[in-house]
Design a protein around this ligand. Structure first.
Ligand code: SAM
Length: 373
């Protein structure tokens, strides 16, 4: 991964970072001149992943409007409004995030407005408040440490809790809990979910054990499932002597499936293209290759990186003749600094991708006028 910030300010005339870019080598080491002075990744005991890099990428200016699609504890939103006299719409699907947000001074002051729902629906959520265009959008994908740490939410394979995993909370009427998948889906369906969303190579073995065991006793708790997986999978220690818990991949897979996380991401990217003003910034932090692949491919395609025409279809489609809706400061993702990884090991797998909206209409808008771009 590389240093995007050396080229960031050249990417679009409207894009002017408000402070020194983060200078990072491909190994993720900070250089001393790098980080903004007034930014604490740690606010009130909560750590926000790659916060200085996010703020450098969004470069908030007075009067601008931002969307933080994964509000969580509000670390990104608060840092944005601390940088400039701007406004943030903070979206989260978790009712618990909205409860704690009520206490934040920036929320009380009206600088941050929280919206309940999914970022895949951000166009509608913003339209309901009268907003149709914004200057920056950020996503910090996945679950928060608060969600992981609360055993009763059912995300953890190490502490016992109900096998739930719904980010929308245990009272969600929109989604079924993970226990529903494990107790009612067929063996092949379970194996496919574990393989597709967790890249679990032992998916068939695990699925077979699940459908056998659930006849005796349905799966109700997280430890019931993680113990079963531990019984049947042996994980080799890595070179550094550490090993991941054998249930890691299966729990990731179930969580992604239960919350339709990849579908959300696809809808969120489409919505961002529609909502961003020319010069608007998009900054997305992902934590595993399934997410990063979707972001990378979307941005590559929407910035013209995709081959246009092939030997099977040699004529260039009209869409390919259009200008592109995004430009990329760098095709490569940025990694967290070594110091951040030491301070907050959860950051280790983070990857940040940044894109700048051009003035090309979004794909659907162009289709509506008959593709005459
Ligand atoms: C990693 S945390 C974000 C932390 C935040 N950046 C901070 O600094 O406090 C992810 C949050 O996004 C929320 N979330 C995940 N997917 C979502 C979606 N599709 N729509 C809305 N919120 C989502 C989760 O409920 C969680 O609170």
């Amino acid at each position: 991964m590389s240093n995007i910030y050396s080229t960031l300010h050249l990417a679009h005339p409207c894009f002017t970072p408000s402070f020194a870019p983060v200078d990072k080598t491909s190994s993720g080491q900070d250089t001393p001149q790098s980080l903004p002075q007034n930014l604490e990744a740690q606010q009130d005991g909560h750590y926000s992943v790659m916060l200085p890099e996010i703020i450098a990428a969004l470069a908030p200016e007075d009067g601008e409007i931002f969307v933080d699609g994964t509000f969580g504890a509000g670390g990104y939103s608060r840092a944005i409004v601390q940088q400039a006299d701007c406004k943030v719409y903070g979206i989260d699907r978790d009712p618990a995030a909205h409860e704690s947000a009520k206490e934040l001074p920036e929320v009380k002051a009206g600088k941050i407005i929280t919206l309940s729902g999914c970022f895949g629906d951000m166009e509608r959520l913003l339209a309901d408040t009268g907003v149709s265009k914004v200057d920056g959008i950020t996503l910090d994908l996945g679950v928060s440490s608060m969600q992981l740490d609360q055993a009763e939410r059912g995300f953890s394979f190490q502490t016992d809790g109900p096998l739930d995993m719904r980010m929308d909370g245990p009272n969600s009427s929109l989604r079924q809990p993970a226990s529903h998948v494990i107790n009612t889906y067929g063996e092949k369906e379970i194996a496919d979910i574990l393989y597709k969303y967790g890249e679990e190579r032992k998916s068939r073995l695990i699925a077979r054990a699940i459908v056998t065991d659930r006849v005796e006793k349905p799966f109700e708790t997280t430890l019931q499932l993680s113990e079963l997986i531990r019984r049947i999978i042996r994980v080799k220690p890595r070179k550094d002597g550490k090993s991941i818990h054998p249930a890691t991949r299966s729990f990731q897979a179930l969580r992604i499936y239960v919350n339709d996380e990849l579908g959300e991401l696809e809808r969120g990217l489409e919505a961002a293209e529609k909502l961003l003003n020319p010069g608007g910034r998009l900054a997305i932090v992902s934590f595993h290759s399934l997410e990063d692949r979707i972001v990378k491919n979307f941005l590559r395609e929407r910035s013209g990186g995709k081959p246009q025409g092939s030997r099977h279809s040699p004529t260039v489609e009209p869409a390919a003749l259009r200008k592109h809706p995004f430009t990329l400061p760098s095709k490569k993702a940025v990694a967290p600094s070594d110091s951040e990884c030491k301070e907050n090991p959860r950051s280790r797998s983070a990857k940040l991708r940044v894109a700048i909206r051009t003035d090309t209409p979004d794909e659907n808008a162009s289709d509506k006028v008959g593709g005459q771009q």
